[in-house]
Every structure is written in C-alpha cells, then in structure tokens.
Design a protein around this ligand. Structure first.
Ligand SMILES: [Zn+2]
Length: 135
C-alpha cells in the first residue's frame, strides 16, 4: 500500500531513469516489498497492506503515516546498485536516506524528503496512530 502519490510518481520516474541508461524495461524489476505502515491500537507498527506487525520496523520509520508515509522498500533485480543510485539521483528520493544493508531481508529502502509528507488528514482515522479512535 502506497497512499502517498509523490512516492508513486517518483517510483515511475526512477523506472524511467533506469530505462534512460539504456537498460530495457523488461531486463530489470523494481518490486515494492513494503510500503505504508501505521501504529495499531496496541501500539504495534503494522503494515497498511495486511495489518500484520512489521517486526524490524524502526519506531521513527518514515513508512508510518504519522511520519509522512514517504518511504518505500524495493527488491531490485537485473541492475547493479551503481545503476540504481545513478537513476535515483534524478528523482526526488533523498540519496542520504537510502539504506540497503538489511541482512535478513534483502531490500533497498528509499524515502522522499519531509516536503513530500502525506498530510494525516488524507489518511483514514484508524491509520493515523491517534489514540482517540481506539476503543
Ligand atoms: Zn523501509
């Protein structure tokens, strides 16, 4: 689940920027392995896609709606990290916030700057982390 339109737009830009390096669209994949998260009424960080706990999530994760939902995790195949990073540099994703050293769950985490935060009022109340909607 990716509710933030800026994230989706920049993923398309990223894909286009890889193709622009001469790599055919059919030769590589950018698979979204994780997107939006929220804090449930028990305080657990859960995926907005399946409402299941995300065990290794950082408490300050920017996958969370309360932190802007500007992050996306990708499983990248068919291109090397140099090509990926070069393409990424043409998008609005913040290169300083790119992480790929996940040993148990290999993926690349990328995120947009706070400027692109999804406003909380664009999110259903129960996904905002607000305690007053819990009962
Ligand atoms: Zn991530």
């Amino acid at each position: 689940m990716l509710r933030n339109p800026a994230v989706v737009e920049n993923l398309w830009s990223l894909n286009d920027a890889i193709v622009s390096q001469g790599i055919p669209d059919s030769a590589f994949t950018l698979r979204v392995s994780d997107g939006d998260r929220y804090r449930d009424c028990a305080g657990r960080i859960v995926s907005a896609s399946d409402d299941r706990p995300v065990r290794d999530s950082a408490q300050t994760s920017r996958h969370l709606y309360e932190n802007g939902a500007v992050a996306v995790d990708l499983v990248v195949t068919g291109i090397n990290m140099r090509t990926f990073r070069l393409a990424l540099s043409t998008t609005s994703f913040d290169p300083r916030r790119t992480l790929s050293n996940y040993r148990n769950n290999p993926h690349v985490h990328i995120e947009l700057p706070t400027l692109y935060n999804l406003p909380l009022n664009a999110v259903p109340d129960q996904l905002t982390g607000r305690k007053d909607v819990c009962r």
